[in-house]
Design a protein around this ligand. Structure first.
Ligand code: DQA
Length: 146
């Protein structure tokens, strides 16, 4: 089974950026821990981060027919990007939306997500553990009888 982990803008700065909100783990730390967890579940995890909306759209397109599920932290594009929503709908790959912070406890503009409506589920507010919880949720959806 193949799962794609997508991270959007500014998430390359994790560990240095607003650590009071996002914590001290770097994206490399998070990707390494999640890859280990995925391996234990016999899942091949591909990781991709970009600060560019079009690059994220292109990466979603490349997953079509090759990937069983997507984990996406689209960062600020969560709240703005119809293009990413349409790309996810277009490839018809089940996805889980995730966030480190509880976006509902923050500024009003973070309360709306263009991706949530079509997601299998949404995980937010657990810091780096959101990634692990999102993988568990996605796998329980993809392997309901496991
Ligand atoms: C975030 C929440 C977004 O609102 C914000 O723009 C981010 C990170 C999170 O993981 O908590 O960049 O997606």
């Amino acid at each position: 089974m193949h799962v794609l982990l997508l991270n959007g803008p500014n998430l390359n700065l994790l560990g240095q950026r607003e650590t009071g909100i996002y914590g001290h783990s770097s994206l490399a730390d998070i990707e390494a821990a999640l890859s280990r967890e995925a391996e234990q579940e016999s899942v091949q995890l591909d990781c991709f981060q970009s600060n560019f909306e079009g690059a994220l759209v292109d990466r979603i397109h490349r997953a079509m027919g090759r990937c069983d599920g997507i984990l996406i932290n689209a960062g600020a594009y969560t709240h703005t990007s119809i293009a990413i929503r349409d790309a996810l709908a277009g490839v018809a790959i089940p996805y889980v939306e995730l966030h480190l912070s509880n976006t509902h406890a923050r500024e009003k503009f973070r309360h709306h997500s263009f991706l949530a409506e079509r997601a299998v589920g949404v995980i937010c507010g657990f810091g780096p553990a959101s990634y692990s919880l999102a993988l568990k949720g996605l796998l329980s959806y993809l392997r309901p009888n496991a």
